[in-house]
Design a protein around this ligand. Structure first.
Ligand code: ADP
Ligand code: MG
Length: 256
């Protein structure tokens, strides 16, 4: 069974330890929410999982399908079935959403079979239409240049379409702590909910409880000072909304 297992992860940036012994296990089909106050290391975790060169792993391991993910290049992680959404997607002028997706799909196919000649265009078109219909997206979107002049909501749509088209097994989505309006939240959550039938495992990283009004997580984890200090079911997010993070600070200190 494929599951993403993070064990005793420690990571630094500029020699400062940010992730301090984090454990987390995500199985296919499970939706996990990672919450926590600002500056606690949530985005750092996403960057480390992504293989960002500025972050150094000093201890622990991340295993998926029997492979040590930390030894892999970012594209190899993607080919293994891990999808990492970029928090600040870059614009690629001259490359349409459709071309970008076809290139990404072909790279993934090539990685699993060197003989692969790429997805035939009619099949790609059919697949893309179907995915766009499922996400209630206008077909004209596929012909636009990726992220160029996209609104926040359109960037999120592009991200979710990428997720749907690449069919990863695990998706890690770091939602910005600001700037995600209700429409964008809906796009992300509808997208994720519609992919649940595909057995996708999801880690949604968020500062706000409100996204969880739309995405129903199976597990909620609270991160403080670089590690998970509390895990529970959806109720934990509600408790957090009511009581804030203060009741956990003491716990976090005694764990340190
Ligand atoms: P979160 O996403 O939970 O708000 P981050 O992972 O963005 O937290 O940041 C965790 C900590 O790492 C913060 O204290 C932040 O100041 C620090 N940090 C982030 N990037 C850098 C950097 N480039 N250099 C030094 N410290 C950084
Ligand atoms: Mg963050």
């Amino acid at each position: 069974m494929s599951e993403l297992v993070i064990r005793n992860l420690h990571a630094t940036i500029n020699d400062q330890e940010i992730i301090r012994g984090l454990d987390l296990k995500i199985r296919k089909g499970e939706v996990h929410a990672l919450m926590g106050p600002n500056g606690t290391g949530k985005s750092t975790l996403a960057y480390v999982l992504m293989g960002h060169p500025n972050y150094k792993v000093t201890d622990g391991e991340v295993v998926f399908k029997g492979q040590n993910v930390l030894d892999l290049e970012p594209d190899e992680r993607a080919n293994l079935g891990i999808f990492l959404a970029f928090q600040y997607p870059v614009a690629i002028p001259g490359v349409t959403v459709a071309n970008f997706l076809r290139t990404a799909i072909n790279a993934k196919r090539k990685a699993s079979n060197d003989e692969d000649k790429g997805i035939p265009i009619p099949e790609f078109r059919r697949m893309l239409k179907e995915k766009m219909d499922n996400l209630k997206m206008d077909h004209s979107f596929a012909g636009r240049y990726l992220n160029e002049g996209f609104s926040g909501g359109e960037k999120k749509r592009a991200e979710i379409l990428q997720l749907a088209a690449l069919e990863p097994e695990i998706a890690i989505l770091d939602e910005t702590d600001s700037g995600l309006d209700i429409d964008a939240l809906r796009i992300v959550s509808d997208g994720i909910n519609s992919l649940q039938s595909t057995d996708l495992g999801v880690l949604v990283i968020t500062h706000y409880q409100r996204i969880l009004n739309y995405i129903k997580p199976d597990f909620v984890h609270i991160m403080m000072d670089g590690k998970i200090v509390e895990s529970g079911g959806p109720d934990l997010a509600l408790h957090l909304e009511e009581h804030g993070y203060d009741w956990l600070r003491q716990k976090s200190e005694t764990m340190a």
